[in-house]
Design a protein around this ligand. Sequence first.
Ligand code: SIN
Ligand code: CO
Length: 393
Amino acid sequence: MTNSAKPFQFPNGYSPETFLESYWQNQPLLCRNALEGAGKSLTDEEILEVAIQDVSDARLITMEDGKHEVEQGPFPLDRFDILPTTPWTVLIQSMEVWQPGLQGLQSAFDFLPRWRFDDVMVSLSSAHGGVGPHVDQYDVFLVQAAGRRRWSWGGPVHRSAEDVALRQVSRFEPTENADLEPGDVLYLPPGVPHEGVALSDGAITISIGFRAPGITDLIGHLADVVAETWDDAVEVEPRYGDAGRDLSRDPWLVSSTDLTGLKQLLLNALGDEELTARALGEQISMPRFPPEAPEAVPEPGELAKLLQAGWRLERWAGSRLFHHPLDAQRALLFVDGFSLPVPVEFAAWVAGQETISADAWRDWHQNPDALLAIMMMVGRGTFGLVPGSKERA
Ligand code: SIN
Ligand code: CO
C-alpha cells in the first residue's frame, strides 16, 4: 500500500491558506520534502503490469532521433518484456483506480475540495526519458516518488500546431529549473510550459491532477437535466411569453427585447437552485472509470444478513461521491454523474466512506431515502459486496 496519511508540508512560512491565496491557479511553487515517502512502495514491475492491462489508460513515449513518439495502449502482453533501448516513459492515467493504495495520497491535498481532484497519473522513466516540453490546461502537483527528475518550467507559450497528443510547445524557454528528489513536489498551475527529464532509470513521478469543468460539459448536462425535468410535463413547461408586446413593424426582425425575453427563460432555469445544483453536481461527479454493475443485487434483508455475517460494502476506487446540503434536512448526494435526495447527515457521512459496515447499515437502513441511496449505489456497483476475512480464509 502507498498510503500517505501525512499532511502536505509546505515550505517554511507557507500554509495551505497562503498557497491558496498566492499560488493556486496562479504561479508555480517548488516544495522540497513536501510528501516524504509518497508512493514509496510503488514498484517498476507494478507500474508495467498495470500498463499492459486492457482496461488501463496507458501510453509509452520513446525518444527517436530527438523526437518523442507516442504509443497509446492497450499494449500486447509482452510489450514491456524487452524495454526500449532509447529513453522511454510509461504514463498511466487514473492509477488510483488500479492501485487503490494511492488513494491515501489524495488526503494530503484536502485543502482543496475533492470534486476538483481528477486523477493520479503515474510515470515511470528510464534515464533521459520524458514527454517533452508541453503545456497542460489543468493544475497539477508533480510528486517525485522514486529516482530523480529535472524539471524546467516557465517562459512564454509557443504552441505547436503539429503535436496534439503530447500538447508540446514548439519552442521552450524555461525560466526555472530544479532537480526533484523523492518526496519533493512541484506545483504547476494551468498554462505554464514545463518539461521533466529523468536523471536516472526507474524515475517515478506521481501527478496529482485537478479538473476544471468547461462550459461545454456544464451546459450540455444542464440541458439534459432541464429536458428530463419537463419531458413528461409539457403543459407546465416554462415557455416564452410576450403578452402586451409592441406592434411588429418588420415581421422578420428578432428584436433585442425578444432575445431578452428568451434569455430570461434560461436565466430563470439557472435561478432554480435545486435544479442547477443537481445538474452541476452530477456533471462534476462524472467518473473517468465508472463502476461495473454487479450481475445480481441482494434484497435489503439479504444484504443486512451478509453484513451481519462480516461482509462489507466497499467503494469502487474510481467512484466520485460528493454532497450538497439543500437545507437543514435535505441534501443532494452526487454519485458518479447521478444525484440522490437524502438526509443531510447521511450525505455528509457517506460521501467520505470507503466501506459500509454492519454498524453503519444499522444506523441508516431505517431511513427510507438513505436505504434507497445505498441500494442504488450497490445496484450500480459504487459499493460492492466483499466477503469478510472469515469467509476469505
Ligand atoms: C511526467 O510525469 O513525466 C509528465 C507529467 C507532466 O508533465 O504533466
Ligand atoms: Co505536464
